[in-house]
Design a protein around this ligand. Structure first.
Ligand code: ATP
Ligand code: MG
Length: 230
């Protein structure tokens, strides 16, 4: 079998689902086309999908009911799995050999299959799952596709004056991203993901996935978003 180049994309829930909880159909179908076209070229893009607004709605309701945080996380994970299954189905209709996986132990060298995953366990984000998947299958690169243009000096939604950084070291990345571990708010890259990226020196690229062309640019090694020097 031909050796395929593998990439892992963390497709942010905020990319797939808007603030009202609606699926962004155009973004979704361009992403499906992107993965399909690369697959036909012999490049595999494995995807871990986030939960976005819908997951956070469940988490908010459960929090109001006094549910333990682990249960809030598990409910959010269910949403990420539905999102991943939707993507798996859409890819399969295009003839892509996409397989939904719900835990990492069942992941080995993928051959020509494309893995699609959601969350796996409480207290870690889907970005952590994406980093672990990239580590497991020895992906060329991890691409974090989110709803902002890359890593900023601080959260650009809180401070519009924050500046976009084009290249940062792991140390700088860790300093900028203060560790958050509340269900539904493992912002951008959580501590588990950071540790996995650091220990396996995974080349990581943060891009704005609302335009899936940016993901294509990251795969083709073009200048886009923020590069993390491992
Ligand atoms: N230094 C930073 N640079 C860029 N974004 C940041 C930074 N700090 C916090 N953020 C926030 O992180 C958000 C992206 O992470 P968030 O977890 O909200 O979305 P996601 O991971 O794309 O979606 P999901 O978690 O549903 O999969 C951005 O919208 C931004 O507000
Ligand atoms: Mg997130």
């Amino acid at each position: 079998m031909r050796i395929r180049e593998s990439y892992v994309v963390k497709l942010g829930g905020h990319v797939l689902i808007d603030d009202r909880g609606k699926i962004r159909k155009k973004v979704f179908s361009s992403y499906v086309d992107l993965v399909t076209n690369f697959w036909r070229e012999g490049v595999s893009i494995h995807t871990v999908v986030g939960g976005g607004r819908v997951a956070r709605l469940y988490i908010e309701l459960l929090a109001a009911l006094g549910a333990p945080k682990a249960l809030q996380d598990l409910m959010g994970i269910e949403v990420t799995k539905i999102n991943a299954k939707l993507l798996t189905y859409a890819l399969r209709t295009k003839g892509v050999n996409a397989l939904f996986k719900d835990y990492l132990f069942s992941v080995d060298q993928p051959g020509d299959s494309i893995y699609v995953m959601g969350g796996v366990s409480p207290a870690q984000s889907t970005t952590a799952v994406a980093a672990l998947l990239a580590e497991t299958i020895k992906a060329v690169k991890l691409i974090v596709a989110t709803d902002v243009d890359g890593l900023y000096s601080e959260d650009p939604k809180k401070n519009p004056q924050a500046t976009l950084l084009r290249r940062v070291t792991m140390k700088e990345l860790m300093e900028i991203l203060k560790m958050e571990s509340e269900p539904g708010s493992y912002k951008l890259i959580d501590s588990v993901a950071l540790q996995v990226i650091a220990r396996s020196k995974i080349a990581t690229h943060i891009v704005n996935g609302l335009n899936p062309r940016n993901i294509e640019k990251a795969i083709r090694g073009e200048e886009i978003g923020t590069l993390i020097a491992p």
